[in-house]
Ligand binder design. Structure first.
Ligand SMILES: [Zn+2]
Length: 422
């Protein structure tokens, strides 16, 4: 008698990237992929028939202002037009205008909004999010408290990394340094900075130094929004990368936006790329949320790890967004003019494996022993997946099926049932 291996979940008839038309079964045990092969002889507690559709690792979003989702309806559109107008020459003024929403910052309504956004992420198979919570004299710790609560609520479904983010500057906004310490002590995961908005290069460097000191104290990764305006003289990406090397923090500092790069001359970009490689700094670009964007194609050509972020969901800076990383990749395909077959494969990497690497999420692969965070799409290949940018038919997180009905309920603003797990 043949004794079959018992596994938790088996996905049958999966098409895999770069494997042609061959179909595979993927067996999952204890949250990990335990076998991959054609017609696996296993007994599974749960089975999903992919019916020849593409199965890949789940999506990851390395940049989301999760404390500000759905705040646009709470304010006028002055910040939005300042950020997007005049070739981003008034981006700094936009940040000031956007502060108005923080007059009434409160963890309770932020938690409700953030819950909807994370449920939308789960529905779209977007299972790793680096989520920014504003920390400043107006927001205080309300955003951090809300995002920590939502992170804990979704544990095992969507992995949220909470960034304590000094949105209004550290030198510029007195008291923020103390709040940043408190935010990390409360349980924020990542130190977040925005040095380019300080009033001088010297103060930008002080801002960077503060963030690295805090990161070392808490053994934390760093995420910084850099050079986010139409000003070719902004150089905080280079400053951060140089500090990364000096401090031995290679691979732990992540650069966001870097839109001024669009205006840099070629010799400087070459030199900068060398520094980024040495610092193992990845770059997150969100080309759909501003008229300028980092030079993604050039950075890819220089061997830099580049990924795409959602950035915003209906806040002062962007009116749309639903945590659907296929939609983000679809938009980027147009904004960046990456439309060739290989380029579209690259875009798919930029919303899956590249952000996982940038966020230091390990085991994000389709391989025996890798973490079973997977999406079963409704399409057979990456081009069709981007065309429809539809939600996956099934989402598997930590080796278990995600309850998509429950996520629908939460995404519509429904109340969470008390004490339910996955
Ligand atoms: Zn942003």
């Amino acid at each position: 008698m043949v004794v079959l291996d018992m596994v938790d979940l088996c996905i049958r008839n999966a098409r895999l990237r770069h494997k042609g038309d061959e179909l595979f079964d993927i067996a999952i045990t204890d949250g990990r992929i335990s076998a991959i092969g054609g017609g696996l002889s296993v007994l599974a507690q749960d089975e999903i028939d992919a019916e020849g559709s593409l199965v890949t690792v789940s999506f990851a979003n390395p940049h989301l202002h999760l404390c500000k989702v759905w705040t646009l309806p709470m304010m006028n559109e002055a910040a939005l037009s300042a950020y997007h107008g005049a070739d981003m020459g008034k981006a700094l003024a936009a940040i000031d205008l956007a502060r108005v929403v923080k007059d009434n910052y409160d963890a309770s309504w932020i938690t409700r909004n953030a819950r909807r956004a994370v449920a939308l992420a789960a529905l779209h198979g977007n299972l790793h999010i680096r989520a920014f919570a504003d920390v400043d004299s107006k927001a205080r710790l309300e955003g951090v408290k809300a995002l920590i609560a939502v992170r804990d609520e979704f544990r095992g479904i969507v992995d949220v990394q909470v960034v304590a983010f000094a949105q209004d500057g550290i030198i510029k906004d007195p008291g923020t340094d103390r709040l940043m310490h408190e935010a990390m002590a409360l349980g924020a995961d990542v130190v977040g900075g925005i040095p380019w908005i300080e009033f001088s290069d010297q103060e930008a460097q002080q801002h960077i130094d503060f963030c690295f000191d805090l990161a070392r104290t808490h053994d934390a990764d760093i995420s910084m929004l850099l050079d986010d305006a139409g000003d070719a003289s902004l150089r905080t990406l280079e400053m951060m990368a140089t500090e990364t090397i000096r401090r031995g923090w290679q691979g732990r500092a992540l650069a966001h936006h870097c839109r001024a790069m669009a205006l840099y001359g070629e010799p400087y970009l070459q030199r900068l790329s060398g520094t980024l490689r040495k610092a193992a700094v990845s770059v997150v670009s969100d080309p759909h949320t501003g008229p300028l964007h980092a030079r993604v194609r050039d950075l890819l050509g220089e061997g830099i790890n580049v990924c795409l972020g959602q950035d915003d969901i209906s806040d002062a800076y962007y009116p749309f967004g639903r945590n659907n990383m296929l939609e983000v990749a679809f938009l980027a395909s147009h904004m960046l003019w990456m439309t060739g077959r290989e380029e579209i494969e690259k875009l798919y990497d930029m919303v899956t494996v590249a952000p996982a690497k940038a966020m230091n999420v390990s085991g994000h692969d389709i391989a025996v022993g890798a973490n079973a965070n997977l999406v079963v799409l409704g399409q057979p290949d990456v081009i069709e997946a981007l065309r429809y940018h539809a939600p996956p038919r099934h989402v598997v997180s930590h080796g278990r099926r995600v309850d998509l009905d429950r996520m629908q309920h939460l995404a519509r603003g429904g109340a969470p049932a008390s004490a339910t797990g996955g």
